[in-house]
Ligand binder design. Structure first.
Ligand SMILES: C[S@@+](CC[C@H](N)C(=O)[O-])C[C@H]1O[C@@H](n2cnc3c(N)ncnc32)[C@H](O)[C@@H]1O
Length: 266
């Protein structure tokens, strides 16, 4: 399969209004749907890892997923994100938990991983971040980073019904037109040369508890803070719209974990 060098959409990380998005999300327990329980469930599916596996955590945010693993396992995790304050929070949390040697935060865009040599990692971990680059592109372009037998773990939003409501399709078409069903994702995984080990869905509470509820609670404060900033207000209302959409259509889409390893590298 040939690798398309162009991301599925331009990297928007330098848009000035991204500062408000980062501000909204970095104060949350996690920056996307998830839970320690589900992170560790995915981790438990990885077999025959070396004694101190090297992990690349892509789009780590403040490290909810990375820390869940690192506080329970002797790992070396390179955590990349482009939001420096999130990386600072992660470093501080790792220090407070007494596991700084297990976490290395690096300010690095996930759209260019050329600084990392081939076969550098035993595991690539991407909870809630693959949409930034594109599902297929990540499967194909990041495979070179895995050591033989290495694992790739992704959590991503998927359609959970055959005919999702038009309002939900229209909403996601703007931010994530790449959204597909679990079956379509599995097919891409296999086409890209991986063996799917398992996949499982996140319950609705994983969206609310660590993400949407604290985010929604904070929106009035942000509306007040940015009342004279049109761009910022647009992003704030976009966040509200995303929450409202989930409240209405959570039976049509959800988050799915995919745990796979590189078939050809074994
Ligand atoms: C949905 S959050 C997921 C965070 C974390 N993995 C979790 O599950 O809590 C996406 C993360 O990707 C980061 N991000 C956005 N654009 C990025 C880029 N171009 N390169 C690296 N990280 C990026 C954001 O700052 C954010 O922390």
């Amino acid at each position: 399969m040939s690798v398309d060098p162009t991301p599925w959409k331009p990297d928007t990380s330098n848009r000035p209004e991204m500062r408000v998005i980062f501000e909204m999300f970095r104060v949350l327990p996690r920056q996307g749907p998830g839970s320690d329980e589900h992170t560790l469930r995915a981790w438990s599916l990885l077999k025959n890892l070396p004694s101190r596996p090297e992990i690349l955590n892509v789009g780590c945010g403040t490290g909810g997923d990375a820390l869940a693993i690192a506080r329970n396992h002797d790992v070396r995790t390179t955590c990349i994100d482009i939001d420096q304050p999130s990386l600072d929070v992660l470093a501080q949390r790792a220090a407070e938990e007494g596991i700084p040697e297990r976490i290395t935060p690096i300010n690095q865009t996930l759209t260019d991983l050329s600084r990392f040599a081939d076969r550098s990692f035993d595991v690539i971990w991407a909870e809630g971040s693959i949409f930034i680059y594109g599902f297929t592109k990540a499967l194909l372009n990041w495979k070179r980073l895995l050591r033989p037998g290495g694992y790739f773990v992704i959590s991503d939003v998927v359609w959970t019904v055959d005919n999702p409501p038009r309002e939900a399709v229209d909403f996601w078409n703007v931010g994530y037109p790449d959204l597909q069903s679990v079956e379509e994702r599995i097919s891409l995984i296999q086409d890209a040369g991986y063996e799917l080990i398992d996949h499982f869905s996140l319950p609705e509470r994983c969206w609310w508890d660590v993400c949407y509820t604290p985010l929604e609670n904070n929106l009035p404060t942000l509306r007040e803070k940015y009342r004279d900033d049109t761009d910022a207000l647009l992003e704030i209302e976009e966040a509200q719209a995303e929450i409202d959409l989930f409240r209405k259509y959570s039976d049509s889409y959800g988050y799915e974990f995919f745990v796979m390893h590189d078939r050809l590298a074994i």
